[in-house]
Each structure stands twice: as C-alpha cells, then as structure tokens.
Design a protein around this ligand. Sequence first.
Ligand SMILES: [Cu+2]
Length: 420
Amino acid sequence: MPSIAQSGATAPAERLTKTLFLRVTAITLALASASPADVVSQSLLDRPPNLSGGWVGNSGTLYFNFLHRFTESGEPEHKVSNVPTFLVAAGLPKRTLLGFNYATNSQLALRFPNEWEFFGRFAALLQDEGSPIDLAAQAGYNLAAEGADAEVSLGRRVGPARIMSAARVLSDPIESGKTRYAIAGGGTLRLGRFLALAGDVASLTSREAGERVAWSAGLHMAIPTTPHTLSLQAANTLTSTLQGSSRGGDDVRYGFEFTIPLTLRRYFGAGARPPSHGGEEVPAAPDTTRVATPDIDARTPAPGVPAPAPPDSLISDSMKVVTPDIDVRTRDTARTARAVRNASIRNFAFTPGRIEIAAGTTVQWKNNDPVAHTVTATDGSFNSGLIEYGKTYSRTFTERGTYNYYCIPHTFMKGVIVVR
Ligand SMILES: [Cu+2]
C-alpha cells in the first residue's frame, strides 16, 4: 500500500486533493458518530440536485454536503469512477451562507484537474418571513474558470410544491474570455413527511458545440430520526458549481448527495442550554406572568423535562380551534383587531427568529420539518407541546413584553416575540 509520505513527488494539486480527502473523511467519521440531536437539518426536500434554491442554512450551523456522481467509462473496461463535489459552508447571521464547493474532478478547464468555487449567498426575501417569494443572490469565484460568477434565484412554495428559477452570469468560462449567461428552473414536490421528487434544467443562453441543456432529477428524502437528507439522482452534469451545473454533457451520471449539518450553538456559548426558570434571558415582563392562569402553569413542564402530549386541540391545524388558555387571553382584547402573524419552523429553526407584533396579535407557527418541535416559553408561561409535521400552533399575545422561547427536544432552537 502506498503511503501518503510516498506521494511527496506528486503535483501540488494532487497532494491537496489527498489532504482534503483525508480531512473530509475524518470529519465525516466524527460527524457520523454524533447523535442526531447534535446536528440539524438542511433540507434536500426543498431544492433539486443542481439548484441551490436560495438555500442559506441557519445561522451558527456548519454544513457538509457530499455529492457523488459516478461515471462509467464504457467499452471495454466499464470502469466506474466516482467524481464527488464537497460543499463546506457556514450559516451566518443576516441570512447569509459563506462557503466553498470543491470538485475532485472537473471538465471545466483542461489545465485544471479539479474545481474550487468560493461563494457567498444572501437571502433577501423569504416566504417563511412573510414575503410573497424567496429571493436570493450569490456571488463567487471559480478557480478553474478563473472567473467570478453570480446568480440571482427566485423561489415560491405552493402547497406541497416549491418552484424556483435562477439567472447566472459566468465570467471567462473555459478560458474563452467571454462572459456567458445561463438560466435555470426547477422544483420539488413533497410526497409526504420524508419524500420529495425534484428536478431542474439549466442552459447557457447561447450554447456552443458540446454544450447541452443541463438537467437533473432526483428522489429526495429526509432520513427518519436524523437531521440528514439524501438525494438519489441522475444528471448530465458532473460538478455542482454554478459553472458545472450550467452546461450538460452527453453522459448521464447517477449518484447521490448526503447532507450533514452541524449546529455550533450546541457546543459554544451560553445559548447552548435552556435558561432556567426566571433566568437572565427572561425579560422583565411582570404583566405577563401575572396573567398566567393556573391551568397554564399546571401544564407547563420545567425546562428540560419532555413536554407532555398536548390535547389535540392545541396542535390543531385550524385557528378555529381555540384552546382554553388562548380564550382567557383573547377575551380581553376581543375588541381589538385579530391580527395573525404566520411563522415557520423549518430546518430546525424558528423563522423569523425574532417577531415584533402589536399587542393582541396571534402568532401561528407551522412545523415544516419531518420531526416534531415545541414552542416553549423560556419562563414557562406557555408551551405548545409537540407539534408534528404539518401541524400548527397558535398563541395570542395580549401583554407587552419580550417573550423568549425555545424547542424542548432541540434546545438550541430559539426565538423571541416582542410585543409592543
Ligand atoms: Cu425542535
């Protein structure tokens, strides 16, 4: 067996590849041994194989996505080679994702055996935060093409479907010196809690010899009881960079993508544990605590104790089902406008994380994750109980104050309601 030491005479690029491969393997093993609660999801249920769909992840989360596409050499050897693209990215505040794609093999530039793409992506609008569409922009630099690339993408959820489109500017691809443009479209169709169908097409606005319309199709799934998602896919592209996914080839490749998110907040900072009852994160909101009725208190578990199963009415889909404790609060404000503010729980995060509302507003959370979450006040003043996939929980806030809340099964999930 040749050892790494013997590779000293190889080209720098090859050495770099081997070093990276070893590091990625080490990281994979480390992450694979982590418990499911240590990592949070990012969802292949929301994007097709070759489009980002404006995905920016969650702030404070590291993402490792492994895309493997296999090429078969044909007659006579039928040699199968695996051409992976690794994505490593960090979710940052302000809906920003910063990271890189590294493809171990690339056909982009003949003199460049592999492909690095460093990128930043920013979500300007999110449907989960009340916008009519998702709007995101990405800018990056591709080392193989030696050019800057950019993309603007639009997305919209309609029932179980999410459709998206993108426009790309690719500078200096394949050493031509020309700026190229590409457009792309695709979507996902959620088949249930764990499954989605996904597909996309992309094309350069003017294709040259050998450049075909790029396409991909996949069966995407969330792996039950874990935060991982998996895509089984076919595509006529090799790498998943903006450059690589904008031009198709003659070969159909089959492969898979596996996503590993790692939540740093779980390991670092004071926010890693739920504050104790009346702890420092609980804001001064004496009015609110006085309003709390005995039945609410009786139902509230101590932080860290699993929530009891709520009555069906508490996790009902419909706002029409009003639970007793909500009744108590809304009666006082029946004369004020019944505003409803929608919020989402997706990819192990409350979205928006901070909601500012007027007193009397009802906040309605919908859980879009395959796993159950809770909306639980840090001071214990309210608790949704487990909200299953597709279910909603509503609460009307009548008193001014700041309400911090978290999720009991995933204590790193935090949100805040500010009632003015
Ligand atoms: Cu949760």
